[in-house]
Design a protein around this ligand. Structure first.
Ligand SMILES: Nc1ncnc2c1ncn2[C@@H]1O[C@H](COP(=O)(O)OP(=O)(O)OP(=O)(O)O)[C@@H](O)[C@H]1O
Ligand SMILES: [Mg+2]
Length: 445
């Protein structure tokens, strides 16, 4: 557990030399990885390498930089950034996923518009080095976090409070679980937690070892459809007696999010959704340091003020080298039964923000009176009122997450379970698209 200042940008840098030095002693030496060749690039190489540290090879359980898979960075005359990655075998089944993740990370850096990925194959020596590093890292990682390397991590963020981050997190979590995924939910809003209420959870986190130096927590588990939610929140931390509760709270107050990341036994997870607190806080920088493979999704309302603050949140994420995966507009225009459209907070704000920060608009959730009562009842509008305007929009959003933004790792590997779930998502996608076509609004705002 490192304890460096979250504001120090060098925290995200973890040069191989330092790692090797720290492991001196009785341990067998960890093979050193060769630095990539750099040619003709005017972009800060450290920034590119930091962005690439967010690309995980889920099979090897580590990022492609520390595994020494990045071989060449080259800026060509047409300004494209070419990145050569050496795979353990040329036919690696994770090729498509590595390509997508690498492009997404590097293209989000300022000054880089086009990213081209080339794949090579490791030599036998390189392969055995990489396996040794992966084994070492796997052992080391086990101490740091129990979040599986194949888990997709999405932080739901915004600059401004009250735009619907928690509602979006809860609805997406329930929809993903309903489709058969194991979904972790980390309530990073330590002071203003809302996940237990929104997800209808009233049991408490089980913990062991509070006061003994090393505490381990088990998330609260709730079955949803074919899948499960695993939730940690300050709101679920209490003891069966007040002394225990005080002990837990004391332990948690300072670095609650870090504890949630390091000391929770998450078990198998396909997704981890992080409900971020309002504001561009230290927690976001801390996340960049602790979980650099996090993708950030920015929630905004269509209002101008919300967009401006949301743009700052995106900027902050990028400074920590987190990939911004897209924008979700919430409280957007809603279509009335007579086909007219009501836009209480205006319209088009999500799209404008997405264009401004150069990421896709993932969806627009309309302002819908069905949301508050379902949230108050601890259920999700997306599954309780699937035919409400918000319910339909949430289902479309979940489809985009599963098929485009952060496809579960199994899907890229064509496992039977992944294939079945994806078949469900495709059907669902076709259904919601057909429904929205039928409901095409007569736009008068
Ligand atoms: N699409 C929607 N239609 C109607 N009401 C909504 C919608 N989305 C969220 N709300 C309501 O808006 C309020 C704020 O939502 P929420 O708590 O999710 O925002 P937040 O961004 O997490 O807030 P905070 O910054 O305080 O954590 C809640 O009362 C919620 O029920
Ligand atoms: Mg919230």
């Amino acid at each position: 557990m490192t304890d460096a200042s979250p504001n120090d940008p060098t925290d995200t840098v973890d040069p191989t030399d330092r790692v090797v030095a720290e492991r001196a002693g009785d341990e067998p030496p960890v093979p050193k990885v060769a630095e990539p060749r750099v040619e003709g690039t005017d972009v800060d190489t450290a920034a590119i390498m930091n962005a690439l540290r967010g690309v995980i090879d889920p099979e090897l359980g580590d990022n492609i930089v520390d595994l020494g898979m990045v071989k060449l960075l080259e800026r060509s005359a047409d300004r494209a950034m070419h990145i050569t990655i050496a795979l353990t075998t040329a036919g690696c089944p994770l090729r498509a996923q590595l390509m997508r993740d690498t492009k997404a990370r590097v293209a989000s850096l300022p000054g880089i518009d086009v990213v081209k990925i080339h794949f090579g194959e490791m030599t036998a020596d390189e392969r055995s080095n990489v396996m040794a590093r992966a084994r070492w890292k796997a052992r080391d990682n086990a101490l740091e976090t129990d979040i599986p390397s194949s888990c997709r991590i999405l932080a739901i963020s915004s600059g401004k409070g009250g735009v619907g981050k928690s509602t979006v997190t809860a609805n997406l979590a329930v929809l993903l679980a309903d489709r058969g995924y194991s979904v972790g939910v980390l309530d990073a809003d330590v002071g203003g937690f809302s996940m237990p209420q929104l997800l209808g959870i009233n049991t408490e986190i089980e913990g062991e070892g509070a006061g003994e130096g090393k505490a381990v927590m088990k998330p609260v588990e709730k079955r949803v459809g074919e899948g499960a939610l695993r939730v940690v929140s300050m709101g679920s931390i209490a003891g069966t007696n007040e002394t225990e509760a005080i002990m837990w709270r004391g332990l948690m107050l300072n670095r609650a999010v870090q504890h949630f990341i390091e000391d929770v036994q998450w078990g198998e997870l396909d997704y981890l959704l992080i409900d971020m607190p309002p504001g561009t806080s230290d927690i976001q920088m801390g996340l960049a340091r602790m979980l650099p493979r996090t993708d950030v999704v920015i929630v905004t309302t269509p209002a101008k003020a919300a967009q401006q603050v949301a743009a700052r949140a995106a900027d902050m994420a990028r400074k920590g080298y987190l990939r911004v995966a897209g924008v979700i507009e919430n409280m957007g225009p809603s279509t009335n039964p007579d086909g007219t459209v009501t836009a209480v907070f205006g319209s088009g704000g999500g799209k404008r923000l997405a264009e401004d920060i150069g990421v896709p608009l993932l969806g627009s959730i309309p302002l819908d009176p069905a949301v508050a009562p379902t949230s108050d009842a601890g259920t999700a509008v997306a599954t309780e009122r699937p035919d409400s305007p918000a319910g339909r929009a949430y289902r479309e959003l979940a489809n985009i997450i599963v098929t485009d933004v952060a496809p579960p790792i199994e899907i890229s590997e064509c496992s039977l379970r992944g294939t079945l779930i994806r078949a469900g998502a495709d059907l669902e996608g076709a259904r919601t698209r057909a429904e929205s076509r039928q409901r095409e609004p007569n736009t008068t705002t």
